[in-house]
Design a protein around this ligand. Structure first.
Ligand SMILES: Cc1cc2nc3c(=O)[nH]c(=O)nc-3n(C[C@H](O)[C@H](O)[C@H](O)COP(=O)(O)OP(=O)(O)OC[C@H]3O[C@@H](n4cnc5c(N)ncnc54)[C@H](O)[C@@H]3O)c2cc1C
Length: 371
C-alpha cells in the first residue's frame, strides 16, 4: 500500500510510468467486531477540515468521542512529543480516550509503523497522524497496486535504467566489499567476479552489510518486526467488499483481489503487521485468524475457504521505538566512496517504500556532491 502523503514514492512511480497501476481509493473503511464501519473519506472542505464530515456523520464513535478526537488532533498539531515518549504515552498525555485509540488511531498506526503503540516512538506516530489526518485532501487516500509489484516497480525500473544505457545485474549477490584504507577498492560477487567502480551505493539491509565486511552499529542495535501475509482462496460466491482495516484482529488489513491480477477466482490478501505474537503459531491457527478478519468484513455468509498460502517476512521492517533516530545512519560513511541507502537509513520516515525512495535521493545527492 501507499498513502497519498507518500510524495516521493508517487513521484518515483510517475517517473517509471507506473502511476496508473496504483489505485488511490477515495474511501478507507475501519470495521469493528460487529461489522460496523467507519468510512473515512475526504470531503470538499479544505484540509484539515476535509475529514470532519466522515467523522461527524459516523455512528462508529460516540458524539463525546468525536469531540475528544477534535481536541486530541488539535493537541497533536500543537505539541511535539518527547524524544523518549512512546505513541501510547503521548496519546495518554493528550488525554486521548482509550476507545479512540482502539477504534481509530491504533488501526491506522500499527500498519503504518509495523509496531505496537506501547513500543512505537511518539515522534513517528505523530508524523503519520499529522500527514494522514491533517495533510492535504489526498494525503489520507490509500494506494493499492492493481498489479504485482514486479510489474509496478521492478520491471519498469529495469526498463528505465536499461533505456538510458545503464548496466543492471539481477541475482548477483555481493559477497564482499574489498576495503583498502579509507575507501572501497572493489566488490566481489558470489561467483568470485571482482568489479571496481568510483563510487558505491549499498542499498541492502544492515545485516547484509555486516556479511559483506562493513560494520555499522545499526546492524547490532536496530531490531526488526515480522509481517505475515495470508493469501486466501475461496469457493465461488459473492465476496462483496473492496478492502478494509479490521479493528482488534492480528490481521489488520484485508484486500479483495477477486478477479484482479487476471485471475478468475475469489482471492483475498490479508496482512498482519507487528506480527511478533503470531510467530510460533501453527499455519492452521494463522490461517484461521486471517479468515476471521475476512469474515468480519465480508460477513458470515461468505464462501468457504478453499486454500491458503502464508508468507512470513521475519525481518520485515525495522522497529520504530523511541531512540531509533539516533541509530539510523546517514548516507555518508567513514569510507570516502561508500554511501548507504535503504529505508532503514536516516530518512525520518518509518520503514516504507517512501523511506526507501527518499534514501535513494539522499545517497545520489551525496555522491554527486563529491563526484
Ligand atoms: C511483507 C511486507 C509488506 C510490506 N508492506 C509495505 C506496504 O504496504 N507499504 C510500504 O510502503 N512498505 C511496505 N513494506 C516495507 C517495504 O517493503 C520496505 O520499506 C522497502 O522494500 C525497503 O526498500 P529497500 O530498498 O530499503 O530494501 P529492500 O526492499 O529490502 O531491498 C534490499 C535489497 O538488497 C538485496 N540484497 C541483500 N543482500 C544483498 C547482497 N549481499 N548482494 C546483493 N543484493 C543484496 C535484497 O535482495 C533486496 O532486494 C513491506 C515489507 C514487507 C516485508
Amino acid at each position: 500500500m501507499l498513502l497519498g502523503c507518500c510524495s516521493a514514492a508517487k513521484k518515483f512511480l510517475a517517473k517509471l510510468g507506473s502511476s496508473a497501476l496504483v489505485d488511490f481509493k477515495d474511501e478507507v473503511r475501519i470495521v469493528d467486531e460487529s461489522g460496523e464501519a467507519l468510512s473515512v473519506k475526504a470531503s470538499l472542505l479544505p484540509a484539515p477540515l476535509h475529514l470532519a464530515p466522515s467523522i461527524i456523520g459516523t455512528r462508529f464513535i460516540s458524539t463525546r468521542d468525536k469531540i475528544s478526537l477534535a481536541r486530541v488532533m488539535a493537541g497533536i498539531a500543537r505539541r511535539n512529543p518527547g524524544k523518549e515518549q512512546t505513541a501510547l504515552d503521548y496519546l495518554q498525555s493528550l488525554r486521548c480516550p482509550r476507545v479512540l485509540v482502539e477504534r481509530v488511531i491504533e488501526p491506522v498506526l500499527i500498519s503504518a509503523l509495523n509496531e505496537e503503540l506501547h513500543q512505537a516512538s511518539a515522534r513517528y506516530a505523530r508524523m503519520v497522524l499529522t500527514k494522514i489526518l491533517m495533510g492535504s485532501r489526498n494525503s489520507c487516500k490509500l494506494g493499492v497496486p492493481k498489479a504485482p509489484l514486479m510489474q509496478v516497480i521492478e520491471g519498469p525500473a529495469l526498463r528505465y535504467l536499461c533505456k538510458r544505457g545503464r548496466e543492471v545485474r539481477t541475482c548477483a549477490r555481493v559477497e564482499r566489499l574489498n576495503i583498502e584504507g579509507d575507501h572501497i577498492r572493489s566488490i566481489t560477487l558470489a561467483g568470485g567476479e571482482e568489479l571496481a567502480y568510483d563510487y558505491y551505493v549499498c542499498a541492502v539491509p544492515p545485516w547484509s552489510l555486516t556479511e559483506m565486511g562493513f560494520q555499522t552499529p545499526a546492524a547490532e542495535e536496530m531490531t526488526w518486526h515480522p509481517i505475515i501475509s495470508a493469501h486466501l482462496f475461496y469457493e465461488d460466491g459473492n465476496l462483496d467488499f473492496d478492502q478494509a482495516c479490521v479493528m482488534g484482529e492480528p490481521f489488520q488489513w484485508v484486500f479483495n483481489k477477486s478477479g484482479g491480477f487476471g485471475q478468475k477466482f475469489n482471492y483475498v490478501q490479508t496482512v498482519a503487521s507487528a506480527a511478533d505474537n503470531l510467530i510460533g503459531f501453527s499455519a492452521n491457527e494463522i490461517i484461521h485468524l486471517a479468515d476471521k478478519a475476512v469474515t468480519k468484513v465480508a460477513g458470515r455468509r461468505k464462501p468457504a475457504l478453499k486454500r491458503a498460502v502464508l508468507y512470513t517476512a521475519r525481518r520485515a521492517t525495522f522497529s520504530t521505538t523511541p531512540g531509533t533516530d539516533a541509530i539510523r545512519p546517514t548516507s555518508k560513511t567513514h569510507l570516502g566512496n561508500l554511501f548507504l541507502a535503504g529505508d532503514w537509513t536516516d530518512t525520518h520516515w518509518p520503514a516504507t517504500i517512501e523511506s526507501a525512495v527518499r534514501s535513494g535521493h539522499t545517497a545520489a545527492k551525496a555522491v554527486i556532491s563529491i563526484a
